[in-house]
Ligand binder design. Structure first.
Ligand SMILES: [Zn+2]
Length: 108
């Protein structure tokens, strides 16, 4: 698979499972952005409240399906679903599955 094909495959997975919005007739994934509270926490306490700009998956099932598809596409970088602490924990993101990655490295 060429890098361009891989990018397209990743895009297809995101479009299939992520929460989307349509702009100019094109579907785009909705991103999770820091809330005002996150900004205050960062400036007042110097605390980082999770990374910004993560793709939103509407359900655990959608995020888990996307994680499986992404892991299949790139087995060296396993992904898993994680609930987002923002917005009342109403959506999910993908995150690196570090235990799976470590287990994989031990097997090699
Ligand atoms: Zn989020």
């Amino acid at each position: 698979m060429t890098p361009e094909q891989e990018r397209q495959a990743r895009r297809d997975i995101i479009i299939k499972y992520a929460r989307l919005y349509v702009r100019n007739g094109e579907s785009k994934p909705l991103m999770c952005t820091p809330s005002a509270t996150d900004h205050i926490a960062r400036t007042v306490f110097g605390r980082h409240m999770g990374s910004a700009g993560k793709i939103i998956y509407p359900t655990r099932e959608a995020a888990e399906s996307a994680a499986r598809a992404m892991t299949e596409l790139q087995p060296t970088s396993p992904q898993r679903a994680a609930i987002c602490p923002r917005a009342g924990m109403t959506h999910f993101h993908l995150t690196h599955d570090l235990p799976a990655e470590r287990a994989q490295r031990r097997q090699q």
